[in-house]
Ligand binder design. Structure first.
Ligand SMILES: Cc1cc2nc3c(=O)[nH]c(=O)nc-3n(C[C@H](O)[C@H](O)[C@H](O)COP(=O)(O)OP(=O)(O)OC[C@H]3O[C@@H](n4cnc5c(N)ncnc54)[C@H](O)[C@@H]3O)c2cc1C
Length: 392
């Protein structure tokens, strides 16, 4: 068995893990950091398979704060790196539509968003029709539109920038390998063991393993409610080009937005049909398009009656079935162990700011830029749900 040492081991080298390492270094940490990644091409990472949206339209002020902090970062991306960085931010906005049944919730969320400084407006069907001639407002009672600070970006460009900066840092090792177990002795992290049986001694470890975070915790004798949930994204062409279209969310939960010379669309399954995915299953859910998505699309945007499905891919949400919100902070059962996972579909927009807050928590014992206390994994054992209502 080969033995190595590091001070902080980060398991998972995609957005959450790479950003945590980068922020630790930026904040002046002078120990040795090792970032472990089993799939350095990121073929199956949620970061690579994401729709990459960023919005402020959440129901919880804490989620809005995380996304706003990432927004600040994206708006000045090039200032953070010693090389030119284009994160491809398309500030098209988000348009969330509600039926009569959802109108009150939309208005309540709107009030929270306004208090947090989000640039959002509520529109009635007439206002919606005036702004978006392509939209059929049948069955829509209201819409909430983000005017600024919402849209989508190139998550892989951001990840590449973090990893390029990490590669240039002699205190950071980017290690290719699968972590099999985080070793705990007497309630403290003592090291990590890789699947090839090599061992790294360390006293601090961070679980940033995306949809595999729960499985890794289990293999280490811990319980963390994070599981893979399969989500399919469909790419299609249509004759009409609505380049300014915001990411539009139908009351059914279906979303659609422009992408390149076409559009992407998808929707989460009904909660009764949703469950943990086989971690190896990346086969798109093809029938979902024909059975549910296309009819809904054609109703909401009549021009999409005629469309051509081009391709599809499936990825896994790192889903927290306890309350569908992130887990950020120390794991009480194991001294020196931290987690940044469970984002449940909003992690590309939150991982960068959550990573910053977690790095502060590790180095200074407290969150500084964004207070992530509410995301503490302690809430699981305490049975205290911190539930986000706006999950797409
Ligand atoms: C279809 C889809 C659409 C999405 N849309 C959005 C969106 O619009 N907006 C948004 O904010 N978020 C969205 N998300 C969620 C977002 O992509 C994730 O929350 C985010 O990318 C999580 O980043 P991560 O680094 O935590 O996880 P990942 O990107 O999954 O990275 C985890 C990494 O850990 C590695 N790893 C796992 N286990 C081990 C191990 N034992 N040893 C070594 N390495 C390991 C994996 O190989 C992987 O590279 C979407 C996700 C999907 C699947």
């Amino acid at each position: 068995m080969t033995h190595h040492t590091c001070d902080i081991a980060i398991i998972g080298g995609a957005l959450a893990g790479a950003a945590t390492a980068w922020h630790l270094a930026r904040l002046g940490y002078d120990g040795d950091i090792a970032v472990f990644e089993r799939d350095p091409g990121f073929a199956q990472a949620a970061t690579a398979l994401s729709a990459s949206g960023i919005r402020q339209q959440f129901s919880l002020a804490e989620n809005i704060a995380l996304s706003r902090r990432t927004l600040e970062f994206l708006n000045k991306a090039s200032d953070h790196f010693e090389f030119e960085t284009d994160v491809g931010f398309h500030e098209n906005g988000y348009l969330l539509l509600a039926s009569e049944a959802g109108r009150e919730t939309l208005a309540a969320n709107h009030a929270v968003q306004k208090q947090c400084g989000a640039d959002v407006v509520l529109l009635d069907p007439v206002g919606l029709q005036e702004r978006f001639s392509w939209l059929n407002t049948d069955g829509v009672a209201a819409g909430s539109l983000g005017l600024a600070g919402e849209g989508w970006f190139d998550a892989m460009a951001l990840l590449s920038a973090f990893r390029r900066a990490l590669k240039a840092n002699c205190r950071v090792s980017l290690v290719t390998g699968e972590v099999a177990e985080i070793e705990n002795t007497a309630g403290r992290v003592t090291g990590i063991r890789l699947a090839n049986d090599s061992r790294w001694a360390c006293d601090t470890a961070v679980i940033a393993a995306g949809p595999s975070s729960g499985a890794l915790a289990r293999a280490s004798g811990l319980d963390l409610p994070v599981e893979p949930r399969k989500r399919t994204v469909f790419f299609f062409h249509a004759r009409e080009r609505y380049a300014e279209m915001p990411l539009t969310v139908d009351p059914s939960g279906l979303y659609v937005r422009p992408e390149g010379d076409g559009y992407i669309t998808g929707m989460s399954p009904h909660p009764d049909e949703d469950g943990p995915a086989d971690p190896q299953d990346f086969e798109p859910d093809w029938p979902l398009f024909e059975d549910s998505i296309w009819p809904l699309l054609a109703t909401r945007i009549p021009a999409f009656e005629a469309l051509k499905l081009q391709s599809a891919w499936a990825g896994h949400y790192e889903y927290n079935p306890f309350d569908r919100n992130a887990l950020i902070g120390p794991v009480a059962e194991s001294g020196g162990l931290y987690v940044i996972s469970g984002f449940s579909g909003h992690g590309v927009q939150q991982a960068p700011s959550a990573a910053e807050a977690l790095a502060e928590r590790i180095l200074f014992g407290q969150f500084r830029t964004t207070d992530c206390t509410a995301f503490s994994p302690d809430r699981i054992a305490a049975g205290r749900r911190f539930a986000e209502r706006n999950i797409i």
